[in-house]
Design a protein around this ligand. Sequence first.
Ligand SMILES: Cc1cc2nc3c(=O)[nH]c(=O)nc-3n(C[C@H](O)[C@H](O)[C@H](O)COP(=O)(O)O)c2cc1C
Length: 307
Amino acid sequence: MKKVLVIYFTQTGQLHRAVGATLRNFDSDPAIKLDFERVEPKTPFPFPWTYMQFFDAFPETVQGIPCELHPAKFNPQENYDLIIIAYQPWFLSVSRPVDSFLQSTEAAKLLKGKPVITILACRNMWLNAQEKMKMHLKRLDAKLVGNITFVDRASNLVSLVTVLAFALGGEQGRYLGIFPKYGVSDEELKNSAWKFGDTILESLRNGNFEGLQQKLITLGAINIKPNLMIMEGRGKVLFPLYANFIMKKGRANSNERRTRVRIFGIVLPTAIFLLSPIIAILSRLLPLLFPKRTQEEITYFSGTDLR
Ligand SMILES: Cc1cc2nc3c(=O)[nH]c(=O)nc-3n(C[C@H](O)[C@H](O)[C@H](O)COP(=O)(O)O)c2cc1C
């Protein structure tokens, strides 16, 4: 019997659907025991978010400040063969509930020495969050053996509009009737996700995860676009600086920091809108000017190692 625990958090269920589609064939195998643990913040995060709630969540998320969680319900005595961590990036960081779980004593006991696979369902910017995840796993002495990412296939500017309409307006369909529906496509989940899961099953049955990530990459489990890689590089440097700037003014949701939060809420989408076209051009040039370096970066982010 192989025992698998899925640790996850989801607001609208998108990530839960992605996990279900990936692990579709786990249930039919009597030799696999699959447990789920939903991370539960004591103060639930809102959905839809108000404008202020959304941008006020930025500093603590980026700085990895844990929120309080309800105690986990999984059996700490169970010796799991594989842990799957399903999470979404928030502001290029691990979503706050999952990040908080990774800082708990329960996580330290659960993950020590264990193979871990991460599954993400998000807009399209996950590289920096996954680097933070790799750091957590290294600290916890766990071994990342696989990563699967599901992203919104629309262009960066279109998905910026639809994710904001979705998160702030609760829009689950086609915004204004003209934009595509936000998120990971149901077709993709139905048609490809199970292939990733079946590859995981094979490694799990053999008790050997060597080479798993390479197989997942070949199946199309990783989506990296050079323009977003460049954009994330900028955000990674600037976000912690602005997060500190807001936090210096006051605690989460306090009146003292409202002005700085509000400015961030205007500057961030504006910067993405203005920079996107420039970076799109740059990202076409870079692979021509520096083909080796660009390919090295893509290979690195596709893998499970931490540099
Ligand atoms: C506060 C917040 C910040 C987000 N930041 C990012 C981000 O940096 N990159 C990204 O690709 N998606 C981002 N998203 C979108 C989420 O990754 C995800 O697609 C969305 O929250 C729906 O997932 P869920 O219903 O499973 O929680 C963000 C969402 C929220 C709520």
